[in-house]
Design a protein around this ligand. Sequence first.
Ligand code: ADE
Length: 254
Amino acid sequence: MNFHILTLFPEMVMGGLNTSITGRAMEKGLISVEAINIRDYSHDKHRHVDDAPYGGGAGMVMQPGPVCEAYEDLCGRLGKKPRVIYMTPQGKVFNQKIAQELAEEEDLVFLCGHYEGIDERALELICTDYLSIGDYVLTGGELPAMVMIDCISRLVPGVLNNEVSAEVESFHDNLLEYPQYTRPEIFRDMAVPPVLLTGHHKNIEEWRRKQSIKRTLERRPDLLEGAVLSKKERKYLEELLAEDSETDRQEMKE
Ligand code: ADE
């Protein structure tokens, strides 16, 4: 998987992604990350890449020429035209399913805007996808690109040490992950749930599934609609819901 980031701040993205698991994946050659400095394609001697918006208004807009030329240069080198994802709060909100779909690509381009954004004509010419990381506005697309690259990288075979964890973690089956514990067995009077010390794999698996269901109900009930539950698990969920409405009734009385 090769990530190409079109940005005005190459050191920001490289500094972040060179670290930890993505950094190791780069060393191992499982992924590659290159930051292409849009400023290198500036048309003037002061290396400007932005100008005032036509029609007036605050801020500056990134000019179309340097953005398109940076992309075209990359396409020439690669001998193909990879997907270009524009980081924008106006895009579809990124999620695990989109990450899985993008992880199938060989090359991906992340276009990071700054200031008031990028001239619409450049976006029309080169962008294939518009993605956001959430309903809030950041100063630029670099952090969203790093978020997405981190998330997609961990789905590339070999990037995580244990292959199963990419699947089992939060959002697999639309359920949140169960709580985890490690040594010591007792910490500040708090004991590890006894079932985890039994070595009884079937009981542990059942306990973990129940914890996942309980946690998803408490923290992200919106996910449960898409969860695949066995008959027994559905019954457990119904019990939890019944307990909740009983608590609500008690609270109403008080
Ligand atoms: N650029 C600025 N804010 C953003 C967001 N929330 N997601 C993606 N790109 C952005």
